[in-house]
Design a protein around this ligand. Structure first.
Ligand code: IMP
Ligand code: ZN
Length: 355
């Protein structure tokens, strides 16, 4: 771990910068547009939640408690990924710990504070956070209640600081996906701070064609639309075309778009949510030299620099910006002017709050 509490590529890039360069990055207003709630819980808070859970163990079966212990151990030691699938297996243990209104509220509050509360030097990690989460039905909460718990925490911050995106998971049945978007519209219509929908989850699961009606419904209702897309080289061309046909406002990762899709994306002006550490750690991109961010920078196409999942990736928004600034091979070696412009693009790609 570095002195900034982060590790890996982002930590190495940050460690290579001068105090003056770090000061420049810290003071730059940045938007975090792609952060998954259950992937962004500070480790210390998750350890607390696991302590609470295990203390109350009589009411749980041993297999569950063992899975929680193993999951927390793995996260505490720092997860080493061999490939992207190692990643999705981390969530069942985390989910066990955020399944009641109290524990979910505690997790959401900690994530919001981690990004938005000013640090010692007075500047927050992010000037604006669009947090996203997949509504989960648990014995203690309906999907709607799950979202209300998070929104109560999001709305403790100003409209210019925080909002919620509702994620659908690729494994969801059409009925559940429909319930998620209905909740998004209902909550937004009731004045709650929901600004968009997303599609995420195991990159090989499900069929994205099943989500067409939901994307259309969300768009018609005026919600922002983003989707994870082309995260692995095996993503079928038809899947990419299908997702692009939903006319998303933003795209998560978009690592393996073919030339035709790239053209389409450039013409549509959809913002690309770029998660550098996530791609390097999950080994979907070999190094920054071949990262698709270079293509979009070259074409002056809108991008937003994002963290994805701070908990397993042990990165930070500052660390991701350090990857832009550090000299190659640790970073992209962008100038202050270029980085200022990138940060500005992120702010411009926020989903508007509609009433
Ligand atoms: P949650 O939506 O708050 O529960 O956040 C965790 C969930 O986000 C995981 O179970 C995954 O479904 C999803 N997720 C996080 N990162 C990624 C990613 O990079 N690709 C696809 N899905 C992701
Ligand atoms: Zn993601």
């Amino acid at each position: 771990m570095s002195s900034h509490g982060i590790a890996g590529f982002a930590a190495a890039a940050l460690a290579s910068l001068t105090p003056k360069q770090i000061e420049f990055l810290r003071s730059l207003p940045k938007a975090e547009l792609h952060a998954h709630l259950n992937g962004s819980i500070p480790l210390s808070v998750l350890q607390d939640l696991s302590g609470d859970y295990l203390r109350d163990q009589q009411s749980h079966d041993d297999a569950n408690a063992e899975a929680v212990r193993a999951g927390i151990d793995r996260l505490s030691q720092g997860v080493v990924f061999t490939e992207i699938h190692d990643f999705f297996g981390l969530f069942p243990a985390i989910y066990t710990l955020t399944s009641t209104p109290q524990s979910l509220a505690k997790a959401a509050r900690a994530v919001l504070h981690q990004f938005l509360s000013p640090s010692d030097d007075g500047s927050p990690e992010a000037a604006y956070l669009e947090l996203r989460s997949t509504p989960r039905e648990t014995p203690a909460m309906s999907r709607l209640q799950y979202l209300e718990v998070i929104l109560d925490e999001v709305e403790n911050f100003g409209e210019e600081q925080a909002a919620l995106i509702i994620s659908m998971d690729r494994r969801m049945t059409p009925e559940v996906a429909s319930e998620c978007v209905d909740c998004a519209i209902k909550l937004r219509d009731a004045g709650r701070r929901v600004v968009g929908v997303d599609l995420c989850g195991d990159v090989k699961a499900g069929n994205v064609a099943n989500f067409e009606a939901q994307f259309r419904k969300a768009k018609t209702a005026g919600l922002g639309v983003t989707t994870h897309i082309a995260e692995i080289p095996e993503t079928p061309a038809e899947e990419i075309q299908q997702l692009l046909s939903y006319e998303p406002d933003r795209l998560g990762h978009a690592t393996f778009l073919d030339e035709t899709s790239k053209e389409l994306v450039r013409n549509s002006n959809s913002c690309i949510e770029i998660c550098l550490s996530s791609n390097l750690l999950c080994k979907t991109v070999d190094n920054l030299d071949v990262h698709h961010i270079r293509y979009y920078l070259r074409h002056n196409h809108p991008i937003a620099i994002c963290t994805d999942d701070i908990l397993p990736f042990r990165n930070s928004l500052l660390g991701e910006y350090a990857l832009l600034m550090a000299a190659p091979p640790l970073g992209l070696g962008l100038s202050e002017e270029e980085i200022r412009r990138v940060a500005q693009m992120g702010l411009e790609c926020r989903f508007p709050v509609k009433r």
